[in-house]
Design a protein around this ligand. Structure first.
Ligand code: TYC
Length: 99
């Protein structure tokens, strides 16, 4: 006769995924298109064609999605954009929001 030694464990396992954040570039009338393309290539690692498309999206629709990142990475991208823009006397701004 088999002895049933199995314990039934009925526990809920909660898996929490880390939140993700969208980073957007905002349009303005003064930042040059070339500078925005350079930002997208150097900070967001886009190729030239992708960078041109995002820049035109921002230009036409007032903001454009550059990427989705963890909180820390998104925050770093936003401050890198603002710092590089400041250094080059452009008013370019970036924002982040929870996905
Ligand atoms: N609107 C700008 C111009 O006409 C170009 C521009 C595009 C500026 C995207 C900011 O995030 C931006 N020179």
């Amino acid at each position: 006769m088999a002895i049933n030694t199995e314990l039934e464990i009925d526990e809920k396992i909660e898996v929490k995924y880390p939140k993700k954040y969208k980073v957007f570039l905002l349009n303005d009338d003064y930042t040059s298109m070339e500078f925005v393309i350079d930002i997208l290539m150097s900070i967001f690692h886009k190729n030239y064609e992708q960078a041109q498309n995002i820049m035109l999206d921002v230009h036409k629709n007032n903001r454009g999605l550059c990427g989705v990142y963890s909180y820390e990475i998104a925050e770093t991208k936003v401050s890198q954009v603002i710092q590089k823009a400041k250094d080059n006397d452009f008013p370019l701004k970036a924002t982040m929001e929870e996905e």
